[in-house]
Write a protein that binds this ligand. Structure first.
Ligand code: CAA
Length: 290
């Protein structure tokens, strides 16, 4: 069964990527943020991304227009959820915020809606039970940049309905991605492994083992990672990584304790690519050593 109407709540980096990919794969997308201006800003960043693909010859003008036209913006969660097949939240990594958003959506959405959370680490079981629809809530975890990364991690809460899991895997295929299905444990399969590498890289930087560039090159050239762990932390967002680490530290223990350098950079507003400065400075999406 193809999902036709997808409400994406949160027009930040992940919400934009998810909206872009869903629209490119033929879904009617409702992109929601707190204000209409916020949602429109997200839409204009998607348009800029589509323009780049047209300039590279990877998308025709007609395809770009089609994708843009399939995305409408709104500041109303209830309005966007009305008649939606899927509600997918991609708001900040804070459990109360995610629950409030999905609860508001669930009140307006059809009974058989799929309520998906793009959390990187939080408990799907807890989100489902506090939303009051544990059978409909599933984790659908995307990776940044969404249009490029092949994986979708589908996370099964204790009470998630089997049909909803099948639909989530089907949605991954519809969006031209490959799904893995994992049990609901803190950090799932991906964040638990990915975040620890970034965390250790920041600790090494604090200890003066090597500079930013050297640490990243160690993984890029020595292990053939497409980008080093510090550049990747910049891409994901230092605030996002910190929120994940705080949660995993509480749930899984000492090895996930956030490095003080990460916390102080977040407090200073150095959030990585999206703020223009993190471990690198970013100009027009390109990282430069500081
Ligand atoms: N939309 C569509 N296409 C895009 C895009 C976007 N938003 N961003 C990049 N691309 C495309 C480019 O057009 C380009 O395509 P071609 O090679 O066909 O021209 C391709 O992606 C590569 O882009 P670039 O040439 O600009 O840059 P690159 O070769 O350095 O690759 C990268 C960039 C894809 C980000 C690569 O460095 C990479 O894979 N990095 C690792 C990313 C990663 O690990 N992500 C997971 C983060 S963890 C996460 O997201 C989960 C979480 O919970 C926080």
């Amino acid at each position: 069964m193809a999902e036709r109407i997808v409400a994406v709540i949160g027009a930040g980096t992940m919400g934009q990527g998810i909206a872009q990919q869903a629209a490119a794969c033929g879904c009617a997308v409702r992109l929601v943020d707190v204000t209409t201006e916020g949602a429109e800003r997200g839409r204009s960043l998607i348009t800029a991304q589509l323009d780049k693909l047209v300039a590279k010859g990877k998308l025709t003008e007609k395809e770009r227009t089609g994708i843009s036209e399939r995305i409408v913006t709104s500041a109303s969660i209830g309005g966007a959820a009305l008649g939606a097949d899927v509600v997918l939240e991609a708001v900040f990594e804070n459990i109360d915020l995610k629950i409030n958003v999905l609860r508001e959506a669930a009140e307006a959405a059809p009974k058989n809606v799929m309520l998906a959370t793009n959390t990187s680490s939080l408990s799907i079981t807890e989100i489902g039970s506090r939303v009051g629809r544990p059978d409909r809530v599933v984790g659908i975890h995307f990776f940044n940049p969404v249009p490029v990364m092949d994986l979708i991690e589908v996370v099964r809460g204790v009470a998630t309905n089997k049909v909803v899991i099948v639909r989530a895997v089907g949605l991954a295929t519809q969006l031209k991605k490959t799904a893995i299905v994992v049990r609901d444990v803190p950090g799932f399969a991906t964040s638990r492994l990915g975040v620890i590498l970034g965390c250790e890289a920041i600790r090494m930087l604090e200890q003066g083992v090597a500079g930013v560039d050297e640490i990243d090159r160690a993984m890029e050239l020595g292990y053939k990672h497409p980008m080093g762990p510090l550049k990747l932390t910049d891409l994901v967002g230092l605030d996002v990584r910190l929120a994940i680490l705080d949660h995993l530290h509480r749930e899984l223990g000492e090895q996930f304790r956030p490095p003080p350098l990460l916390r102080s950079m977040v407090r200073a507003g150095k959030l990585g690519k999206k703020s223009g400065e993190g471990f690198y400075t970013w100009e027009e999406g390109v990282p430069r050593a500081r």
